[in-house]
Design a protein around this ligand. Structure first.
Ligand SMILES: O=c1[nH]c(=O)c2[nH]c(=O)[nH]c2[nH]1
Length: 295
């Protein structure tokens, strides 16, 4: 039966490009989800299998990361214009190069610390019983990032360990934190929630850590120190890995990556969970019953 190749395009979808500008101690970040598509005369690739005209999607991805450094990300439009022009030039069979960008906004909470704009959700779990009432307040999807002051080294190694040690990495998490009130009498719930959240942010921004584990304990300790009315706090913290993109194999003179361009990976992720409890905390009874997502 006769048939004809119709519309086609190809590219790399959802490159999670994170650009850190760290020329001064006050870092900037731009966080993008970048997709590229080339359209043009790619009939041979489909019909005869001849890939001569095809600029690999892998190359398109590499270019997206390299351009975050070479051109920078002043704005998504400006970056996309530069990347699109480069892809069109690099692939003669292409008639158009489309670059689609989603940018995630971050608010500053320190010189090198940021909280993702607008995503977090306040939670409350109240258990009313004949023998007592418990309130567990919390926050989910609190996305935090430190662009320095984080290391991970000195860890246990075996024959399957390949992770390089690092004394300067991006530390990012989408935090779930829940805290149990020791008493429910006379608590200003809104003020309490605001104060705990502020302590979490301030501690995340102000603490040099050697692991996410150390950060959770620091945040938990700071919250219990500042809020005598709390009995305990529990955390579930995915380690949102930001891998330094390796530019060393690119044939571009002087292109280095000194902690400036990262790929934000979504899966798999480390999942670090911890509880910090005041020594004289009243018993939790069934305050945590059916509260999901904790160790
Ligand atoms: O903060 C971290 N804690 C870990 O336990 C761990 N494991 C790992 O591979 N990276 C990290 N980072």
């Amino acid at each position: 039966m006769a048939h004809t190749l119709g519309a086609n395009q190809y590219g790399k979808a959802e490159c999670r490009v994170v650009r850190v500008v760290r020329d001064t101690p006050r870092h900037e970040i731009r966080d993008l989800n970048v997709s590229t598509s080339l359209r043009g005369d790619f009939a041979a690739a489909h019909v005869t299998g001849d890939q001569t005209a095809v600029l690999p999607t892998d190359t398109q991805k590499n270019t997206a990361f390299a351009y975050a450094k070479l051109h920078g990300v002043g704005s998504p439009e400006d970056y996309a214009l530069a990347l699109g022009a480069r892809l069109l030039e690099a692939c003669p069979a292409a008639e158009t190069a489309q670059v689609r960008v989603e940018e995630y906004g971050w608010d500053r909470i320190g010189d090198h610390s940021f909280v993702r704009r607008g995503g977090s959700v306040r939670t409350a779990v109240v258990t009313v019983g004949h023998d007592g009432t418990h309130v567990v307040s919390g926050i989910t999807d609190l996305v935090l990032l430190n662009s320095t002051d984080s290391e991970f080294k000195g860890f246990l190694k075996d024959e399957f360990t390949t992770l390089p040690e690092t004394d300067d990495r991006v530390l990012a998490t989408s935090l779930v934190a829940r805290w149990r009130h020791a008493s429910v009498d006379g608590v200003d719930w809104n003020a309490s929630h605001e104060a705990v959240t502020a302590t979490l942010l301030r501690t995340f921004a102000g603490t040099y850590t050697r692991a996410l584990q150390e950060m959770l304990y620091a945040m938990g300790s700071a919250v219990l120190d500042a809020q005598p009315g709390l009995a305990e706090i529990r955390f579930s913290a995915p380690n949102v890995h930001h891998f330094l993109v390796d530019f060393s194999d690119f044939q571009v003179d002087g292109l280095s990556n000194d902690g400036e361009v990262f790929v934000a990976a979504d899966r798999p992720y480390g999942l670090i969970e911890a509880q910090v409890t005041r020594d004289d905390a009243p018993p939790a009874d069934d305050a945590w019953l059916a509260v999901p997502g904790f160790c």
